[in-house]
Structures are given as C-alpha cells and as structure tokens.
Design a protein around this ligand. Structure first.
Ligand code: IMP
Length: 426
C-alpha cells in the first residue's frame, strides 16, 4: 500500500481525473494541486449537492483532509474567491485549505493578454481556455511574476501598479483596452485581506506530514499530452502537467513519492487545436460525444474524439513512470461491434514507437490499428473484473500488455459506485 501517490492525466486531460481523485482523496490526509489553475474543472457530488471545482483540490469536502494549493499553480484570486464563497455559503468552513506563498497570482492583465494573443495568432491559435494561464507562467519564468507572498504584502499596490504600467503598454500594442489601476486595486486589496489567513509556507507542512507517515495525494490537472515539455508543443498548456510537476510544484522531495497512477480514458479526446493522430470524424465520434457528454467543463467546447492511442499512452507511461492506471469510461464503448486501438505510428513509411517532437512529423503520422472484438452488454452494474464480458476483459488486458502497467481501477459509469477496484493501492 502506497502512502504518497501522484494521480496524473495520461492523455489530453478530461480523462476522468475528478472521479479518481475523489476516490483516493477520501483516504488521504493531504491533497495537493501542483500545477495549472482555473483552466481545469470538474464537478463533485457531495451530500446530494453538486459543486464545481476549478482551483480547489478535491479533498476539500472532508474537513480532516488538508488541501494545499501548491507553488506550481497559477491562481486567479477573483475566481478562487468565488469558488470558495460558494463552498462557504454551503456551510463548509474551509479551514482545511492553504495556499502556497510561492504560488503565482493569475491577474487581470494575464487574462486580457491571453485573449489578445490568441486573437493575434488567428488560424495558428492554441485554443486556450483564456484564463491567463500562459501569460502568468510566462511572467513566472521571466522572473516578473507576483506570488501570493507579495499579494498579501503591504507593498502589493505598489508592485501591482509597476507591473500594470508595463502590461498596459503591451495590451495597447495588441490593440486592447488598458486596465484601470484604481478599480483593479480596489478589488485586489479586498482579496489580499481575505486571503491572508490562507497563505502559508507549504514545504515545511509537507515535510512534517511525510515524517508523520501521513497519506498524501498529488492531484494533477490537464494531462501529459498538454505538458509544456512532453505534450504536442506548442498546442499545450504552460505547466508540467505530467508527474514530474508534482515534485517542483509542491516542494515534496523526489524520494518521497511512492507511486504514480495514470488516468486513461478508454478512448481519446482533446479540446483546442493541435495534432490528434487517432482522431475520428464519423458517426462513431458523434455517438461517443453525445453518450459521454464530451463537452468542455470550463469552455463548453465540443471535444474532439478518437480511438485509444496506445503508442501515445506508452510514451505517457514512460514520461510519468506509472505502474498503475485507472481506466475510465469503459462503459461508453459498450455496443460497438469492433473497436480499433492504435499500437504504433507509421511515419513516412516507417513504423515508429514514439511520439515525435516535431509538429510537422506528428501531423504526418498515420495510426497503425489492431481491431479488437467489442461487447454488447451494459457493464455499469459490474463490480468485479471477472464479471465483465470477456471481450471487455480482453480490451483491458490488451492495454495492460501494450503499455506494461496494471489497471488498478476501472470506471463503468459516472457514479461513485460504478467502479471496479481491481487492486487497492493507496
Ligand atoms: P491553457 O491551459 O488555457 O493555456 O490552454 C492550452 C491548451 O490546453 C488548450 O488546448 C486547452 O484546451 C487545453 N486545456 C487546458 N486545460 C485543460 C483541461 O483541464 N482539460 C483539457 N484541456 C485543457
């Protein structure tokens, strides 16, 4: 049984991380979000009520679980405040939540610039969520960011004013409307007061927890193929959304992570632009989209749909080092006669077993498919692997063999209970 695990999306996000992190966070003493911001989003059902979480980790509903918003995150205080307000109004005390003093603040000029830069790129646009994520990480890396330690400092108005002056010049260069200093400061100063009790140094909190053998869950957002280093660059988000981000985005020592669970959707989806080797443009794609409600939670865009890409998944397994994976939305594939899975790519007549770094090459890759027999039965009531139709079992086993990892959890429906626990690992 592992005591500190990273749960990471293995594809382009939206793999069903919400359900898995909710399952594991119920067993965790600490849940840490380590990258991204409110570009992520999932709905959590608790006590018959539905809550929409974008920035807050999924352990928030259990008052004994400490939720850390890690230093690797970019946090929009306006959006986080409204997320917290909904929970406070619903009776949650939120004294089980802290924000790393090293986390970067996603500010109004970042949002403005995100939209302006996308418009400027025209048909080369990334298709971002327009939440300011890229511009905020850009400032962090160019050492021009504002962190939560600064946000709650008495000097914040001065620091913000200096930054805004420069950012307004950039906004004007893109043809945008400059942001009003006084109006912004009025709102941010109120929020700065509100957030003071939540902002803490979190490396020491994690170190003490580790020493006391507490169970720690690192909750990834987005997915490996959206990782700034390993994804389909430049059609990616701006953080390390693969498991490595858990180390740098939380301050936990690398030696303290005991395992990684990759979240794998039984087919593939992506939102936004960029290459997608196994993408489908047929009725099957439309049927899957409607059956599984494949529309973005944050932007409501229809998701692009494709067959499972094991070549990409093997790459993702290597990047993250996951020995275990949670297979999600298997029920959606029920009723399909034959299911194709991509096992490698053909690039310019050669078979390759990796994902190319070059965008041009990736666009030229053709999927090499193996066809597996499907199953007709409704599997949503199945709770034991052995009770799945034999072809569904074989689908899982085929993935396990191809990517050299074990399925520890299989989701057969959206509900918490519609889950097969194949191996208890945390
Ligand atoms: P950004 O993160 O807003 O900069 O968007 C960059 C790319 O990542 C776009 O293709 C987005 O659609 C995608 N993206 C960002 N967050 C998520 C997510 O949580 N799920 C799926 N795609 C995402």
């Amino acid at each position: 049984m592992m005591r500190s695990i990273v749960v990471v999306g293995s594809q382009w996000g939206d793999e069903g991380k919400g359900k898995v992190t909710n399952y594991y966070s119920a067993k965790a003493d600490i849940v840490v979000r380590y990258q991204g911001g409110n570009n992520a989003g999932h709905t959590v059902k608790f006590d018959g009520q539905e809550f929409h979480l974008q920035t807050i980790p999924s352990g928030i509903f259990n008052e004994k679980t400490l939720n850390i918003l890690g230093n690797g995150m970019v946090i929009n205080p306006i959006s986080l405040y409204s997320e917290m307000k909904t929970l406070l109004d619903a009776g949650f005390k939120l004294n089980n939540m802290v924000i790393s003093s090293r986390a970067n603040v996603d500010l109004n000029y970042h949002l403005e610039l995100d939209g302006l830069k996308e418009a400027h790129l025209k048909d080369k646009k990334i298709g971002t969520t327009k939440k300011g994520i890229g511009p905020c990480y850009t400032d962090k890396i160019s050492r021009d960011g504002i962190r939560f330690a600064d946000f709650i400092d008495e000097d914040f108005p001065k620091i913000y004013a200096e930054h805004l002056k420069e950012k307004n010049e950039e906004i004007a260069r893109y043809g945008g409307t400059p942001i009003d200093l006084e109006k912004s400061l009025k709102e941010y100063e109120k929020l700065s007061e509100f957030f003071k009790p939540y902002v803490k140094e979190t490396v020491s909190i994690l170190a003490k927890a580790k020493k006391a053998s507490k169970k720690i869950l690192f909750e990834g957002a987005q997915g490996t193929m959206l990782d700034i280093d390993f994804g389909t660059y430049p059609y990616v988000s701006s953080s390390n959304s693969s498991a490595g981000g858990a180390i740098t985005g939380s301050g936990i020592g690398i030696g303290y992570i005991e395992g990684v669970v990759g979240i794998v959707k039984a087919y593939t989806t992506r939102v936004g632009e960029g290459p997608f080797v196994t993408e489908l443009f047929n009725d099957l794609a439309d049927n899957i989209r409607e059956k599984a409600h494949e529309y973005g939670v944050v932007t409501h865009r229809p998701r692009r749909i494709g067959y499972l890409d094991l070549n990409q998944l093997r790459y993702s397994r290597n990047v993250n080092g996951f020995d275990y994976f949670a297979l999600m939305l298997l029920d959606i594939l029920s009723g399909i006669d034959e299911i194709k899975v991509c096992t490698s790519y053909e690039l310019d007549g050669k078979i390759i077993d990796y994902v190319p770094a070059s965008l041009k090459e990736t666009y030229r890759c053709k999927p090499v498919y193996v066809t597996l027999p499907g199953w007709k039965e409704d599997i949503s009531k199945v709770r034991k692997f052995e009770d799945l139709p034999i072809n569904a079992q074989n689908y899982v086993k085929f993935i396990e063999k191809e990517i050299d990892a074990h399925a520890c959890l299989i989701s057969v429906g959206p509900d918490h209970n519609e889950t097969i626990i194949k191996e208890d690992i945390f």
